[in-house]
Design a protein around this ligand. Structure first.
Ligand SMILES: N[C@@H](CCC(=O)N[C@@H](CS)C(=O)NCC(=O)O)C(=O)O
Length: 226
C-alpha cells in the first residue's frame, strides 16, 4: 500500500491514517508531497495523477484509490479485522464513529485558530485565542468532555480501551494542545500526553521538526520559522 501525505509539520489530515497504520503495524510506503494548493502545483499534479481530487491523504492499495481519511480508516478496519481498529461492541462502535464524524465535519474554530504546527511553540497565541475566541473555548471544552466521558466509559488507556481509529482522529488535537499551550482537565490531559508519547507519534514529530519547511499559508501567526 502507498499512503500519500503532505508536510508532517502541517498536514493534520495526513497524520491520522499514517499514525493509525504505523501504530497498528500495517506496512505501507509513504509518499510525501510538499503542500502547495496553488493551481498547477507539483502537489496538485502528482495527486491528480493518482486520485480524483488533489487532497491528502490518499491510500493506494493494489490499484484501488481511496482519497478521504474516513474512507481510508473504514477500508483498513475492513481489510485488517483482527486489528480491531473500531471497538468491538456495536454501541461503542457507533459512539466511536460519532466522535470521528464530529471531528471530520466539525471543530472549525479549533482547526482555524489552532492549525497544526508541530515544531512551533505558541503558548502566547494560545492564551490570546482563548481570551478572544469563545468558539474555540467551546471546542476545547467539548474535547475535554468527550475524552473524559470516553475514558471513563472504557477505562482507558485509549478512548475506547485499545488504540483505534478515534485516537488517530484526535491525534492532531493532541499536538495542537501542546503547540498552543492549552491545558485540559487532568484525565484528558494525561490521555493527550500518552498520545504524544507513542513511538509512532514521536517518529512523526521528529520528521516534522526535521522538515525545516516554512509554509506561509499554514502560518497565520509567524512570518518566519524560529
Ligand atoms: N476531508 C478530507 C480533508 C483532506 C484535506 O483537506 N487535506 C488537506 C491537507 S491537510 C489538503 O490536501 N488540501 C488541499 C486543498 O485544499 O487544495 C480528508 O479527510 O481526507
Amino acid at each position: 500500500m502507498k499512503l500519500y501525505i503532505g508536510n508532517k509539520n502541517y498536514s493534520s489530515w495526513s497524520l491520522r491514517p499514517w499514525l493509525l497504520m504505523r501504530h497498528a503495524g500495517i506496512e505501507f510506503e509513504e509518499v510525501k508531497l510538499r503542500l502547495d494548493f496553488s493551481q498547477g502545483s507539483a502537489f496538485r499534479r502528482q495527486l491528480l495523477a493518482v486520485a480524483p481530487i488533489a487532497k491528502v491523504p490518499v491510500l493506494v492499495d493494489d490499484g484501488l484509490v481511496i482519497w478521504d481519511t474516513l474512507a481510508i480508516a473504514e477500508y483498513l478496519a475492513e481489510k485488517f479485522p483482527h486489528l480491531n481498529l473500531w471497538p468491538q461492541g456495536r454501541a461503542a462502535r457507533a459512539t466511536a464513529r460519532s466522535l470521528c464524524a464530529e471531528m471530520h465535519a466539525g471543530f472549525a474554530a479549533l482547526r482555524n485558530h489552532f492549525p497544526m504546527n508541530i515544531e512551533a511553540s505558541l503558548p502566547d497565541v494560545g492564551a490570546k485565542v482563548l481570551r478572544e475566541q469563545p468558539e474555540v473555548v467551546r471546542d476545547v471544552a467539548r474535547i475535554g468532555d468527550m475524552w473524559s466521558r470516553a475514558l471513563d466509559d472504557s477505562g482507558g488507556p485509549f478512548l475506547f480501551g485499545e488504540f483505534g481509529v478515534v485516537d488517530a482522529y484526535y491525534a492532531p488535537v493532541c499536538t495542537r494542545l501542546r503547540t498552543y499551550g492549552v491545558a485540559l482537565p487532568e484525565r484528558p490531559q494525561r490521555y493527550a500526553q500518552r498520545m504524544l508519547e507513542l513511538d509512532a507519534q514521536r517518529d512523526w514529530n521528529d520528521a516534522a521538526k526535521s522538515e525545516a519547511d516554512f509554509l506561509q499559508s499554514d502560518e497565520p501567526y509567524r512570518s518566519e520559522r524560529r
